[in-house]
Design a protein around this ligand. Structure first.
Ligand code: PLP
Ligand code: COI
Length: 341
């Protein structure tokens, strides 16, 4: 298979159209058999549920070329399960897990020429999504839906790759208690757009959101969960009902415990204790694990000891072990790697 002529090493995190995408339609209470199509356009009615009441959700995962030349993806079953939870909360039909994984495989296979080569630093980002496609004008769920998957080759999510980030404590909230913060609803990201534009305008890479009720506990950023390291080397991650259960974060906690022999703790993290941590990282499919060098809380700066030039030592070990597992250099736990070909 001849690869596309793409400057893999210099890709940013952007959309580039690939050849094929997967589509399945839900009508009269059932999904159709699904198909691959070369048509990248979606045609829907002006009154579609997604357009009027934002009835849409998505997932994100990646395909990698391993050291020995296979194409694999990482824990797609967990994306399927999370999309199931999201769909239920948004009154959307569930796209069955086995069909979800099969559709991911088909989409990647059909776009093999776009899977970045091993060692290029790029990966194939896979975006499954679903939306209400039939018309609704009273506030209620649509009756018809479309499930689709496209993919696009990407480089690092943050410009500068693994250079430490500067983030700020946000004055905007991302998710309400008992709201939708724990699912991957498009509306959570619409909520965060003004906050991220404003953060970028002020020279920050991301927002640290605190819990909306008390503004005392750390939640997450617009697109990643937090990991912290304590002075005595423990890996700590915030526990909250209103953050997205990141697959990367859950995997990194296992890596920390089982591969690196570190103590791990998922618990409430108060903003006031953040200054006492020695490392901070953002973890997610797109972010992988991106080190945070500095947090700005309304002018008060928290600077982590590893500085603004390199990752802290624990973050680095986590990064290397996780990417080693994803790229086939390190043996993965049972069931983590789905071989595509
Ligand atoms: N938190 C938010 C708000 C996200 O959008 C994402 C991205 O998917 C994550 C966390 C990380 O989740 P995952 O590791 O499953 O990609
Ligand atoms: C992902 O990491 O897959 C996400 O969906 C985050 C998004 C902000 C790009």
């Amino acid at each position: 298979m001849e690869k596309k002529n793409i400057d893999w090493e210099n890709l940013g995190f952007g959309y580039a159209q690939t050849d094929m995408r997967y589509v399945s339609n839900y009508k009269n209470g059932a999904w159709d058999e699904g198909t691959l199509t070369s048509d990248s356009n979606v045609v829907i009615n002006e009154c579609a549920g997604v357009l009027q009441y934002a009835q849409t959700c998505f997932e994100g995962l990646k395909a990698y070329t391993t050291e020995d030349g296979r194409i694999v993806c990482f824990r797609p079953d967990l994306n399927a399960e999370r999309m199931e939870a999201t769909a239920q909360r948004l009154e959307m039909p569930v796209f069955p897990k086995d069909r979800f994984v099969d559709a991911v495989v088909k989409t990647v296979e059909a776009n093999e020429a776009y899977v970045p080569p091993y060692g290029s630093g790029a990966t194939l980002y896979i975006r499954p999504y679903m939306f209400g496609s039939s018309s609704v004008i009273g506030v209620k769920p649509a009756e018809e839906y479309q499930f689709r998957i496209f993919c696009t080759p990407v480089g690092p999510y943050f410009k500068g790759g693994v250079k430490p980030l500067t983030i700020r404590v946000s004055d905007f909230d991302r998710a309400a208690p008992h709201g939708t913060g724990h699912i991957k609803a498009g509306l959570n990201y619409a909520m965060s757009l003004h906050a991220i534009v404003d953060a970028h305008d002020q020279g920050f890479d991301e927002n640290m959101y605190l819990d909306a009720a008390t503004r005392t506990r750390v939640e997450e950023t617009g697109g990643a969960n937090f990991l912290f390291v304590t002075k005595d080397g423990k890996v700590v991650t915030p526990k909250s009902e209103s953050i997205l259960p990141s697959i990367t974060r859950r995997s990194l906690m296992t890596v920390a415990k089982d591969y690196l022999g570190l103590e791990v703790e998922e618990r409430e993290v108060f903003f006031e204790e953040v200054k006492d941590f020695t490392e901070c990282g953002l973890c997610g499919t797109a972010a992988v694990i991106s080190p945070v060098g500095k947090i700005n809380d309304h002018g008060r700066e928290i600077c982590f000891p590893s500085g603004m030039n390199e990752m802290g030592p624990v973050t680095k070990k986590l990064y290397e072990t996780l990417t080693g597992i994803q790229m086939g250099r390190i043996e993965a736990p049972e069931g983590w790697i789905k071989v595509i070909k």
